[in-house]
Design a protein around this ligand. Structure first.
Ligand code: NAP
Length: 290
């Protein structure tokens, strides 16, 4: 069996603040064991105002690639010499690497969400949201990363709501041309619409505060699905809120694994099998909660 943690193995990391909670080192270790790739992958805490320096130091240490999480996705986007189309639209980067032309960046959050929704909803794996009406809550780094891939996954109409309306307006404006190209009706809403959406994606950080969102009756309702990007051993507050309203609800652990798989593919040229890794993570979360 390949030693996937040898000191000579290529070094990867995830940068964030905070970062100790991150499951990314575990996910990449499981992918590496599955595919026989030798690598080291560590969680790195960077000062809130010191991401660029931390990334430089990591590169000098021999780092060859990194994931980037809250609050550094926008900093990473600014630093990249080349960005994928997804990263450019998102103006946020969660995956970086270096080559002869310097630092490149991509954003795998959106493809991660769409793949997880395809698993959960069934249907066409590339267009699992064909014809649906979607309410997207939030306009931060995560919402920025997923809006473009939601549009290209065939969503018919998207209502975008954010606590700070200006951020939602800016995000929608950036995606206007893509939405028009795909025939998606993209609207910013002052209030989440009632009795409207087939699916609701919560890309706010509200669940981190331990509370659900203040939503009028009928926004979440029986017969629709709801997806919280946050995940945990127990139901997140939003998942609990959606289930109480009669919706089918899931957390974002599957997206976490899928976005990591896409980063892994970009770095190593090989797509890992995500299903067993998701099962391990889910089981480990349950054990940790006991
Ligand atoms: P972010 O850039 O800090 O943005 C936070 C967003 O949440 C903003 O839209 C903010 O609104 C909103 N918000 C925060 N507290 C709120 C509250 N109490 N009520 C209503 N809205 C609130 O964070 P992010 O990177 O977008 O991350 C958002 C969530 O997604 C986090 O829970 C993160 O863990 C999760 N996430 C999961 C995955 C995954 O793979 N599963 C990937 C990425 C992110 P304002 O603009 O008004 O401040």
């Amino acid at each position: 069996m390949t030693d996937t943690t040898s000191r000579a193995a290529p070094l990867y990391a995830v940068f964030g603040n905070p970062i100790s909670h991150s499951r990314s080192p575990r996910i990449h270790a499981l992918f590496a064991a599955q595919t026989g790739v030798a690598l080291r992958y560590e969680a790195r805490l960077a000062p809130v105002d010191g991401f660029a320096e931390a990334l430089d130091a990591f590169r000098a240490e021999g780092g060859v690639g990194a994931n980037v999480t809250v609050p550094f996705k926008f900093d990473a986007w600014r630093l990249c010499k080349r960005r994928s189309a997804a990263a450019q639209l998102a103006q946020a980067v969660n995956t970086v690497g270096w080559d002869e032309a310097g630092l490149w960046g991509d954003n795998t959050d959106g493809i991660g969400l769409v793949r997880d929704l395809a698993r959960l909803l069934g249907g066409d794996p590339h267009r699992p949201l064909e014809g649906r009406r979607l309410l997207l809550l939030g306009a931060g780094g995560a919402a920025s990363g997923i809006l473009g891939p939601l549009i290209t996954a065939g969503v018919r109409a998207i209502a975008l709501w954010n606590r700070t309306g200006d951020r939602a307006q800016a995000l929608a404006a950036r995606h206007g041309a893509l939405a028009a190209q795909h025939g998606t009706d993209l609207q910013v809403v002052a209030e989440p619409p009632r009795q409207w959406a087939d699916g609701v994606v919560n890309a706010t950080a509200a669940s981190l505060g331990g509370a659900g969102l203040e939503l009028a009756e009928g926004v979440l309702r029986p017969g629709i699905w709801a997806y919280d990007l946050m995940y945990g051993a127990q139901d997140t507050p939003f998942v609990a809120q959606a289930r109480a309203a009669g919706a089918t609800a899931w957390d974002g652990l599957g997206m976490l694994v899928e976005q990591a798989a896409q980063s892994y593919t970009l770095w190593h040229g090989e797509a890992p099998d995500t299903a067993p890794v998701l099962a391990v993570l889910r089981a480990e979360l349950a054990i940790a909660a006991d």
